[in-house]
Write a protein that binds this ligand. Structure first.
Ligand SMILES: [Zn+2]
Length: 194
């Protein structure tokens, strides 16, 4: 907590004053251009790796950057997707996987998750990803998982509508922690590219 308090003090002393005009504008405007869906992993920082400012990205972070396929029983992820796409009108949606992902490593290497039952249940949303990738290849699974989650994303009515109307583009990225590089995956196919 000590570090957080120091960080807050530093933000208020050094960062906020330099961006006071931006924050004054943002106080009454919320118009992000991108819905960015990434893993909760602490090493993946969406605004940092995209060089964006507060107000630019609407961010959803889940373990393994998993996006459950649409179901009528709405959940927090579905609500956030719908709000970003249908209400805020984002132009781009990025699903961003990353190297050394703990969730994908656990799946690729068949780790025992009996001590983390919620994680095990959540990772079932990557079943299609596992079916696409060769066993025990973590990076291949990371890539296939991004593509599988883009397919899940497209089952949400708000996304399907926006894609059909060419109002939104779906993109798949993989961030490499060691080099800072981003690989853009081909999402060729009429369902994904606008
Ligand atoms: Zn991860």
């Amino acid at each position: 907590m000590q570090d957080l308090a120091k960080g807050v003090a530093r933000f208020q002393r050094d960062v906020f004053p330099a961006k006071v005009e931006l924050f004054t504008h943002l106080a009454t405007h919320h118009t992000p251009h991108t819905l960015f869906i990434s893993c909760s992993d602490a090493r993946v920082v969406p605004e940092l790796i995209t060089g964006t400012e507060p107000g630019d990205l609407f961010v959803i972070r889940t373990a393994g950057n998993l996006v459950p396929a649409y179901s009528p029983e709405a959940d927090g992820v579905a609500a956030s997707i719908e709000y970003a796409v249908a209400v805020l009108g984002v132009k781009d949606v990025v699903v961003c996987g990353h190297s050394a992902c703990g969730a994908m490593t656990a799946l690729a290497e068949g780790h025992d998750l009996s001590g983390a039952p919620a994680v095990a249940a959540w990772l079932r949303h990557a079943d299609a990803s596992r079916a696409r990738a060769a066993a025990a290849d973590v990076l291949a699974l990371v890539r296939q998982n991004v593509l599988a989650q883009l397919a899940n994303l497209a089952t949400h009515p708000s996304v399907a509508r926006a894609v059909a109307q060419r109002k939104v583009t779906l993109r798949g990225w993989v961030f490499d922690i060691a080099t800072g590089r981003i690989e853009e995956l081909s999402t060729a196919g009429p369902a994904l590219a606008a």
